[in-house]
Design a protein around this ligand. Sequence first.
Ligand SMILES: Nc1ncnc2c1ncn2[C@@H]1O[C@H](COP(=O)(O)OP(=O)(O)OP(=O)(O)O)[C@@H](O)[C@H]1O
Ligand SMILES: [Mg+2]
Ligand SMILES: [Zn+2]
Length: 293
Amino acid sequence: MNSNPEFKKRMNDVRKSLASNPIEILTIPSDKCPHFKCDGTGWIQIKDWSKRHTRLEQDEWREKCQCYEQRMRQIEINKKLKLAGIPKIFQGLSLNSFDLDAYKQKDSKDTARLAKKAAGNYVVNYKQMAEIGKGMYFYSDIKGSGKTRLVSSLANALVKEHGISVAFVKAQNLFKEIQKTFNKKSEVSELEVTAAFKDVDVLIIDDIAVEKPSDFAERTLFDIIDYRLEQKKPVLLTSNRTIDELDELYPGERVSSRIRKMCYEIFIPEESVRDLESKQENADIEKILFGGN
Ligand SMILES: Nc1ncnc2c1ncn2[C@@H]1O[C@H](COP(=O)(O)OP(=O)(O)OP(=O)(O)O)[C@@H](O)[C@H]1O
Ligand SMILES: [Mg+2]
Ligand SMILES: [Zn+2]
């Protein structure tokens, strides 16, 4: 036993304070918690000193912090974003960073402004849109003008704001994924793969109609689109053909009439940002390779 009077006094003070206020929060708060209450895990560890010697009652337990629900939601969102299959270069990009100044021509800026505004309003009014099963169709004839960029940031925003599930797939890969299931060794069935594309809250098919589809591809697309139309589940599509022009690839209007019903057509500028980017990158590399000022 420590006989130091100073020590005894301190122990007494501690006991007194514990008797009047036996609950102690053991978790050391960190600024990882927005409320500065937990250590960033969403849990707070608590001890009741008055129950220290009782064997029947628990003297230590954990409680949910105010930030817990938000944290769980964030984890869910991250999981959904990971599963969404958004192209790596566009992961995490916001609608805000869709840059109107990326286009040099005035017309292009105006067209881009409208497209960006429509995408933003789609996010705000998503619930209403989902109720009527309406999506969007992003069209520009020219390559590299921002179709995939815009639809990817729209997908990011939908997951973040509404916590919904989205699946992003390039048209050609969609058919390949399903064809793979025909292999006897495949672990997943065709039904399982198509069901995933049918049931996700929002399906994004990028680069629809870049090439003449096989009968199989046409049937697959029809099957998925038709199901989603009946279930009022939105699709977001990008293409370098207008909805009307889809008839050249999918004759008989079976596909185009459904897409017209399901999507509002949005024009993307007829100006390549990719070409501008490449020029800029080459200019930067030239400086490195050949020096200069
Ligand atoms: N408004 C924009 N702001 C910032 N970057 C942009 C914008 N539009 C396009 N880009 C960039 O330009 C490149 C091409 O864009 P994107 O891939 O979206 O074009 P696309 O229209 O889908 O082309 P394709 O028809 O070949 O599929 C990308 O690197 C993208 O980040
Ligand atoms: Mg694209
Ligand atoms: Zn917290």
